[in-house]
Design a protein around this ligand. Structure first.
Ligand code: NAD
Ligand code: MG
Length: 309
């Protein structure tokens, strides 16, 4: 184990994710300082700095030689998943928006530091051609594909039905739902028995907030899609599962949620705090690994105690 990686950054609460400790105080608790960003947001402008596992995730060889494509991989949950996958022995292709290039390059550097291959695939996933191209370039750059993590997402807040706009829902569905179909179709010829697809739903798909109707309906759809495709693709030996995160400290929050809610972010959970991206990674590792051989069509809650109802 690399001691340097476990060294907490100055001023951070974090030690590592393997020593037994009280999870209620393992990471920052609200209140969070007020902060707003333009979408898609930058992890380096967040206060406190989120933990994506850069110095805390170790890896135990659970994904030896696997080839993974992760969407939304520059920041937040996708970044934590990409780092964890590389440390578990996988080569990783990163999909992200072109304006997120600098953050994606940091992830690529961390993957290469593990002796793994990183493939950088910028592109807006709102059209089918970009999805197909992203999958093809991932297959080409990695030499195949075993794991597809469909994690990219957008989350506009709309407080009243009077402010509903068709273009908002179109955008949410184009980013959060269509790529599930487009990428899975493009990848299906390359995925062999033993492969895994993992979606990112949300607690919002089960217990929606009033101002997140457009987002929440898309997240309910993702959990539903996960069940349908889980049944469909297990016939080919491919497992489809999902993760439903609770409130997680990622750029999605300062980019879309107003300051008065940022301050109290995560307070409503039984654990009493927001989750950090790295706390999601083990669920994505587990679902991608052969350890999850009998888990199909399931969406796992990583919510600090909120229940998927
Ligand atoms: P994030 O902003 O770090 O990640 C979202 C990523 O989606 C962006 O980095 C971007 O690369 C990608 N993306 C957005 N629009 C895109 C587009 N048009 N084309 C291509 N890529 C695009 O935030 P995150 O919280 O890590 O989000 C990851 C997933 O987790 C999302 O699906 C989100 O809905 C889900 N989620 C987040 C939370 C939370 O509290 N942060 C809770 C539940 C679910
Ligand atoms: Mg990002």
């Amino acid at each position: 184990m690399d001691d340097e990686r476990r060294e907490p950054e100055a001023g951070r609460l974090v030690t590592d994710m393997y020593t037994a400790q009280d999870p209620t105080t393992q990471y920052p608790r609200p209140p969070f300082p007020p902060q707003q960003q333009d979408a898609p947001g930058d992890i380096h402008k967040m206060d406190p700095a989120p933990d994506h596992g850069e110095k805390t995730y170790i890896g135990f060889g659970r994904l030896p030689g696997r080839k993974a494509l992760v969407t939304g991989a520059d920041s937040g949950i996708g970044r934590a998943v990409a780092i964890a996958y590389a440390r578990e022995g996988a080569d990783v292709a990163l999909s992200y928006l072109p304006e997120e290039q600098a953050q994606a390059e940091e992830v690529a550097e961390l993957i290469r530091a593990e002796g793994r291959t990183a493939v950088l695939l910028p592109g807006d996933l709102q059209d089918e051609a970009t999805n197909v191209e992203t999958v093809e370039k991932a297959v080409e750059g990695l030499g195949g594909l075993d794991i597809l993590v469909l994690n990219a997402g957008t989350m506009p807040t709309v407080d009243s039905i009077d402010d509903f706009e068709t273009k908002t829902l179109d955008h949410v569905v184009k980013v959060n739902i269509y790529p599930l179909f487009w990428m899975t179709k493009a990848a299906s010829a390359h995925l062999k028995p033993g492969a895994a697809i993992i979606t990112t739903s949300s607690i919002q798909g089960f217990d929606p907030s009033p101002s997140l109707a457009e987002y929440a309906v898309s997240k309910a759809g993702i959990a539903n899609w996960t069940r349908a495709l889980g049944q469909q693709l297990i016939e080919r030996g491919i497992r489809v599962n999902g993760v439903a995160p609770g409130p997680i400290w990622t750029p999605l929050q300062p980019a879309f949620v107003p300051n008065e809610k940022i301050e109290h972010f995560g307070e409503q959970t039984p654990i009493g705090r927001a989750g950090q991206p790295v706390e999601l990674a083990p669920a994505y590792v587990f679902l991608a690994s052969q350890e999850a051989s009998y888990i199909v069509g399931e969406t796992i809650a990583v919510t600090g105690g909120m229940t998927l109802t």
